[in-house]
Each structure stands twice: as structure tokens, then as C-alpha cells.
Write a protein that binds this ligand. Sequence first.
Ligand code: BG6
Length: 518
Amino acid sequence: MQKETRPDAGIFVIFGGAGDLTWRKLVPALYNLFLDHWLPEKFWVLGLDRAKMSNERFVKHLHEGVDGFSRRGQTRKEQWKAFSEHFAYMQADFSQAKTFAAIAEKLAQKEDQWGLKANRIFYMAVPPRMIETLSQGLAEAKLNRDRRACRIVVEKPFGHDLDSARALNRSLGKLFDESQIFRIDHYLGKETVQNILAFRFANSIFEPIWNRHYIDHVQITVAENMGVGHRGDYYDHAGALRDMIQNHLLQVLCLIAMEAPTSFEANEVRNKKVDVLHTIRKIPEDRVPEYAVRGQYGEGFMGGEQVPAYLSEADVAENSCTETFAAVKLFIDNWRWQDVPFYLRTGKRLPAKVSEVSIQFRQVPHQTFPSTVLLDWLSNRLVIAIQPEEGILLRFRAKNPGPGMRLSQVMMQFYYQEAFKTRPPEAYETLLLDVMEGDATLFMRADQAESSWSVIRPILDFWENSKPADFPNYQAGTWGPEAADILIARGGHSWLMPTMLECDEGTATCQVKTVPHQ
Ligand code: BG6
């Protein structure tokens, strides 16, 4: 996983080159890799899209994207100039065989100019319905042939449900070897998400308590304050369960719950993760409401400003039943996790953008101290903060200073930025570099994608067949519908306020201690 040398010469062919993903994520990530000297000296990016555009206009458009979205802020003139020389644009009709012949020719020309064979990465930054056509086109132009050098990157959502994901896997599998297919879930590229593996398996003290004997329950929250913005068309056909839980949240759950891999070889890690998905208890079709709830935001206030209801967003159907919030309770049927609930929740227009995992430990078996000295009833809690800050925090009880015995919660904390004096790279930087290296550890294998769909299938089916009667059922700027509180309360728990917010708002019941720099 640790890169030591730059990857070999590489060409990125981006289908959807003029689109939003390329603009906001892919090119800013490539730019940062370029500045950090991670891109090969010989690299070339060919953007393809339907729009007619000159190379200059294409580069200008990308420049605006990098200025707006790069973690480094505005570009510097000389650096941008050096970077942008590696880009070209081609207007393309993806339904035409001649498009793929033209791509093949351009790639061959570039390789001739370089005098070597490069890795060829075909990035599908397009709606899922186009993937089959594109992969077919690539195959007809023999651009899939070299198993070592040709790679295809497929964005989420991978399919729309289990059947379509299986069909897509089958059709890709006829044209590409599994080792050539990189199914992206950008959460797996986030440093803190990767750090879950390091935390669990590079330290000896956590693993012995990482089980049902010590852990009471786990909460995974991915909250967003944004609405659907300009993605209404896509989102209205997806919803929170498909958009977030099927992929990002289930992948995080896998990392929390998996057994120790014997090595960091891609398939070994992926085997261990898929084992978790296989052992998730199937939700009985007739009892879905006990395990999953959905919500849709109505209008409300965010940061003092009024924001519209989901139904008033652009490109959303008038009577849409699409959920913008989902909460799910899952159990993992194995020795380690039997009967430990995993609560997952995600939603748009929640009070803040914050993602974190809370591992809530059991209460002490016997209270040595009388209740009069305890200033709260909280048990130990380990928080893996994914964003906005990336870090790991542990809450525990300590004696208040002064005479007498009074106990309250304190926190030990590790923040990436503070500890390593640097901001972690963006997820796409990590993942694009991995694709260039041919390292699939952080990508979804075919069976993982299908198993994730299997987990949520009963919920999808139930929701499809019973339309919600109460939408919109939460106000923008709140923590989702009341039904989510009821869902978790049935298990004797309640949603934990993300630690970052408690500390930010100064409402923490604990005192926040800063670990001094070494
Ligand atoms: C994407 C979803 O995969 O993840 C979006 O399609 C969501 O709806 C986004 O906003 C969240 O990603 P992040 O990295 O901002 O948490």
C-alpha cells in the first residue's frame, strides 16, 4: 500500500471528460498528485465528451475546477501550465464504433511519440447506464486486450439493485479480467477509513477488546448539510440507501467488523471484507420497519437561511417518494459480533457535514463508585472521525482535580493534521494513484458489490412496495425523522451526537484535552 516510486507511464481516457466528476474531483486530484511528484513523467489525459470544445476551452474549464476544488486552493501559473500540457480533448459520440477506433489511434500515436507502452486507464465518469456501451466499444477496438496495461474504472453506483449489478458484472466479466476492473468507492480512499486497518491490526491492544464481550454497539453516521443541489436527476432515482448505505457505509462497517487479514494483498483484504457482508443477518422481508427507516427533508433553516424542501429541488419529481435519509440496524452473525447492533444513518440537509464511527463500549460490570460521584452515565467510547477532521478519539472517565472523588469524562485524541503536520490527501488522489499502480486493495471486487446489494435488497423491495405516507418527515437542518430515534430506542440506545459537533459547539459533557505535539 505504501508507494515508494512513481507509477509507470500512463494514459487516462476519461469518458465524461467535460462532466462534474472530472471537474470537481478527478482533475484536482491529478493536479495534487502532479505537484507532489507522484504522476509519472510520461502521463497524458484524454477527455472525451459529447460537447464540442477546443483543447483550450477544455483546459480553461479544468483550470476553474482545480482553482475551486483543489485542497491546495488557487493554482500557480507556472505549475498549472506545466500540468495542463498533459491534457487533450476529443468530442465523441459513444454510440459510434469509429469513436473507439479514434481513441485507439490516439493512444498508439502517444505511445509511439514516447517510444514505450503505457498503462491505459479508461475512466467511466458517466451515468451507469452507459457503462455497458462504453466497455463494448472498448472491446471492439481491442482496447481491453492487454490484461496488464488496460484498466477500466467504474464509478458508483454499481448497478441499481442486485439484479442489475449482477448483469453489469457479467457483461464486464466477458470483456475484462477481474484484475482489470476497478470499482470505485471513494470512501475507501479516505485516510481515516484506511487508518481503521492500521489502528486495528498494527496495534496489539485493541483487538482483544474488539468484540461482543466489550462492545455494546456501533454507530456509523455520515451526515451532510447539503441538499441534492444540481444532482436531482440522478439522486431522485437513487435515494440515500442506494447512494450511501449500499456502498460507503457498508464498506466502513466491513473495515470495523472484519477479521484480521493475513496480509495486505488485495484479495486477502477483500476476502475478509466480503466475509462480513455474507454474515450480516438477513432482514426478514415482513419486518423491515423494525430494521430500517427512511426520511425526506422538508423546508427548513440551515445556518440561519431558509432552504427548500427536497420536493422543490431542481429535477426532482413532483410527488417523489425518494428518501434523503436512511437509518438501518444490522447484526453480524458470527462469534465476534453476535447480537451487537450496528446502527448506520445517513442523510442530506442534516445539521452538519460530519462522518464518524462510534464504538460504544459496555458499562463497567460493577459500579465501584457511588452514583453521587459520577457526573454522567456514559461508558467508554472510541470515535473514528472521518470528516471534517480526521482522527481517533477515546473517551474515558477520570477523577476531577481537587479534594474528594468526582468523576467525569475526558478525551484522548489523535488528529491527523496535528500529529503529522499535514493534511491528508483527498480520497481520489489515493485511489487514482492505486489505479495507476494496479493495486486493487481499496476497490470493490465483483462479489463485494453484489453482496452489498444483497444486504439492502429486502429494504429496497419493501420500500418499493409500500410508499411512505408521511413524507416529508424531517425539517431541513434537523437530525432526521423521529422514526430514526424510535428505531434505535427499540434496542435501548440513542443516536450519539457526533463528537466533533459537541466540541465545536462547546456543549461537550467532557473536557477536550489536546495531546501535546512531540
Ligand atoms: C457520493 C454521493 O458518493 O458521496 C453523494 O453520491 C454524497 O450524494 C457524497 O454527497 C459524499 O461524499 P463525501 O466524501 O463528501 O462525504
